[in-house]
Design a protein around this ligand. Structure first.
Ligand SMILES: Cc1cc2nc3c(=O)[nH]c(=O)nc-3n(C[C@H](O)[C@H](O)[C@H](O)COP(=O)(O)OP(=O)(O)OC[C@H]3O[C@@H](n4cnc5c(N)ncnc54)[C@H](O)[C@@H]3O)c2cc1C
Length: 226
């Protein structure tokens, strides 16, 4: 009996693991990746592209290589404990090659929609519309694994933060970074003549608001209204 046909969406860390497990379970996966390569968020590119996640150049994982690795494919011994993004990419490429995953991945194939088929209640099948080379095609699958990540579409509610922007611009700051977690600790901000950022160790939301209030007060002193 042929295995069930599974659509896997996204060739980042999750998608690669998903397709490997599908193959092990005798399922028939078809893997769609919107960009032209694997790696998802870990693949750094000099120019950020729309429709794909991206990290900044200096990102080093803050989870150890043992914690970060797939359970059945450890990181090489000679890799550092905390992997820079280039090493994570190297590791993922080794994983793909080791388990022969590449031939299942369709690159530059963006999934536009996933919908239950009209006969879903008896077949459990899905209509998956994929766009490749400017054309859309509808495929039928028995199952769908959505591994499209959290960081593909930017969420920039800048309209909620006009004051931050105003504060930064008014003070002539090139960057205004409110450090809110470990990730921001990893950003290397270039030295400039300006004191470029406002730094505070892991402030809570309340602390961030307080910092903003302090800056607003500073502006008020200078008779600037926000
Ligand atoms: C700055 C930063 C630091 C991090 N540090 C760590 C760390 O130290 N340790 C750790 O474990 N995790 C860390 N993470 C979390 C990281 O997100 C995960 O490690 C992991 O990469 C998530 O993989 P993913 O496959 O779920 O998603 P992604 O890596 O986002 O991959 C999603 C893929 O889906 C594709 N895609 C999206 N939509 C579609 C579509 N419609 N059709 C086709 N393809 C599509 C994208 O092109 C992409 O290739 C960090 C994340 C960031 C942003």
């Amino acid at each position: 009996m042929p295995g069930k046909r599974i659509a896997v969406i996204g060739a980042g860390v999750s998608g690669l693991g998903a397709i490997k497990v599908c193959l092990e379970e005798g399922l028939e996966p078809t893997h769609f990746e919107g960009s032209d390569d694997i790696g998802g968020v870990w693949r750094y590119e000099e120019k950020a592209k729309t429709d794909r996640p991206s990290i900044y150049k200096s990102v080093i994982s803050n989870s150890s290589k043992e914690m970060t690795a797939y359970s059945d494919y450890p990181s090489p011994d000679h890799f550092p404990n905390y992997l820079p993004n280039s090493k994570i990419m190297e590791y993922l490429r080794m994983y793909v090659q080791h388990f022969g995953l590449m031939k299942h991945i369709h690159f530059l194939s963006k999934v536009c929609s996933v919908r239950k088929r009209s006969n879903f209640s008896c077949t459990g099948q899905w209509d998956v519309v994929v766009e490749a080379e400017g054309k859309q095609k509808c495929y039928v699958f028995d199952g769908v694994m959505v591994c499209s990540g959290l960081c593909t579409d930017p969420f920039l509610p800048l309209h909620n933060f006009p004051a931050f922007r105003f504060v930064a611009e008014s003070l002539g700051l090139e960057f205004l970074v409110l450090k809110t977690g470990r990730t921001l600790e990893k950003i290397k901000i270039p030295e400039t003549e300006n004191k470029p950022w406002l730094e505070h160790e892991r402030p809570s939301k309340e602390v961030s608001v307080t910092l903003l209030a302090i800056y607003s007060a500073m502006l008020e002193e200078q008779n600037v209204t926000v």
